[in-house]
Write a protein that binds this ligand. Structure first.
Ligand SMILES: Cc1ncc(COP(=O)(O)O)c(C=O)c1O
Length: 451
């Protein structure tokens, strides 16, 4: 029943619907802790937290009930000219957690909306402070910053942009921080690589003309391409460059905030101060949708006088149910010391994944916290990657299905070089890391033998 109806009426996101012509649509019906279950009762380890979302794991009654209680008290009221108690409480709590002077919270419903809101804020801020020419945004190659038209203009993945060109003007790309594939003149020297990559931001600002650049968008650990942590000093250097040219630094933490890296915010882990942090996903652990941006009080100032108004808003932003859920989610973080858990166990996670390094197909294991990418290669010695055709056969033709069939939800992705990504709930411990390693070892060994 469900299968037939799913095939008839449900359009899945970023999915080749033709692949379900013969095969079954995976239907996930229930979650409990680190696991989810399909319609046939089969259990899967959720090694991706759904989509980098379920920080506290599945089936938490107290968080769901907080949403239900709020729904019966006040299900909806907008943040357009009004406040409601849960938005006020959550804004204060987030401002208290955020680094430095990020004390203004502007809610959205999603990460893409948060990314767009930050761009709109940057543009309007510069218009009302006498620098109307600043509208461009710099981001990294391969970086994913969302799919709505503005966010897509910031995203650095040509393949998912091309069908929608022309996009919002002003997106500018700089190299990413993939040290495994660093240019030869900085290969093998992480500090020099980091310095070069940061200086590329300065070169882009100069090339575009500093008076035209509004913001630089960076993720603490770049997701797309397979979890590139920043080289030491990278963010400090970018911060200096942004200050030199009066450009805003936006830390896009839609994935990296709320414990993914063992801190509430990735900027804390790497010791830099952004002007804006964008967030979504883990703020509610997915028990209801919510996104937003944390903004420096300095950027709010020009909007707090006279008739000045930030001309932006969406109906469901800061939805009362989502805010209540976010507060209950943060209570779980505190009660169970989830940040402490990640910090205590991340070395074990890394060491367990690094065991896979003895397989001929595993080229690189990289990441931080509970956020890792495993790059697959054809030749470990030369780091040769797969051709498009091999990658298609390997990832779509085999790995994605085989890993799922083996009971592991993770991501096999070739938007950069082929990688497998893991981003498990923050409640995971060694037994879950071992289970991931065991399944990956078996499936990657089969993949190699099929090449
Ligand atoms: C860094 C980053 N920014 C923005 C987004 C877009 O978020 P959403 O899918 O909630 O619109 C994502 C989604 O994965 C993301 O990883």
């Amino acid at each position: 029943m469900t299968q037939g109806r799913a095939k008839r009426n449900l359009w899945l996101h970023f999915t080749r619907m033709s692949s379900y012509g013969r095969g079954e649509v995976p239907v996930i019906v229930r979650g409990s802790g680190q696991y989810v279950f399909d319609q046939n009762g089969k259990r899967y380890l959720d090694g991706l937290s759904g989509l980098f979302v379920s920080q506290i794991g599945h089936g938490r009654r107290e968080v769901a009930e907080a949403g239900a209680r709020q729904g019966s008290e006040l299900a909806y009221f907008p943040l357009w000219s009004y406040a409601h108690p849960r938005a006020v409480e959550l804004a204060q709590r987030l401002a208290d957690l955020a680094p430095g002077d990020l004390n203004q919270v502007f809610f959205t419903t999603s990460g893409s909306e948060a990314v767009e809101a930050a761009w709109k804020l940057a543009k309007q801020y510069f218009k009302i402070t006498g620098e109307p020419g600043r509208y461009k945004v710099i981001s990294r190659d391969i970086a994913y910053h969302g799919t709505s038209m503005g966010a897509l203009a910031i995203t650095g993945l040509p393949a998912i942009k091309e069908p929608f060109e022309p996009l919002t003007p002003g997106g500018v790309r700089v190299p990413n921080t993939n040290f495994y594939r660093a240019p030869s003149f900085v290969a093998g020297d992480l500090m020099a690589f980091g310095r070069w990559a940061a200086d590329e931001v300065e070169r882009a600002i100069l090339r575009e003309g500093p008076a035209s650049v509004a913001a630089v968008y960076l993720e603490p650990v770049q997701n797309s391409g397979g979890c590139f942590p920043p080289p030491p000093g990278y963010f400090q250097r970018v911060r200096e460059i942004c200050d030199r040219y009066g450009v805003l630094l936006v830390s896009d933490e839609v994935i990296c905030a709320f414990g993914r890296l063992g801190y509430y915010f990735g900027a804390e882990r790497y010791g830099y101060q952004p002007d804006i942090i964008t967030f979504a996903k883990g703020v509610t652990s997915g028990y209801a949708p919510l996104g937003g941006m944390l903004v420096s009080g300095r950027l709010m100032e020009p909007f707090s006088e006279g008739t000045a108004t930030f001309l932006h808003g969406v109906t469901f932003a800061g939805h009362p149910v989502s805010c209540a859920v976010a507060l209950a989610n943060l209570d779980v973080f505190e009660k169970e010391d989830l940040l402490g858990n990640v910090r205590a166990r991340e070395a074990g996670f890394r060491a367990t994944l690094e065991k896979l390094g003895d397989l001929p197909i595993v080229g690189d294991v990289r990441g931080d916290g509970y956020f890792y990418g495993i790059e697959l290669v054809k030749d470990k010695g030369t780091r040769e990657t797969f051709s498009d055709d091999e990658s298609e056969r390997l990832l779509r033709g085999f790995l994605s299905t085989a890993l799922f069939d083996a009971g592991l939800i993770c991501r096999a992705d070739d938007r950069g070089d082929p990688v497998i990504q893991l981003s498990p709930p923050l409640t995971c411990g060694q037994e879950h890391f071992d289970e991931m390693e065991h399944i990956l070892r078996s499936v990657l060994t089969q993949a190699w033998s099929r090449l």
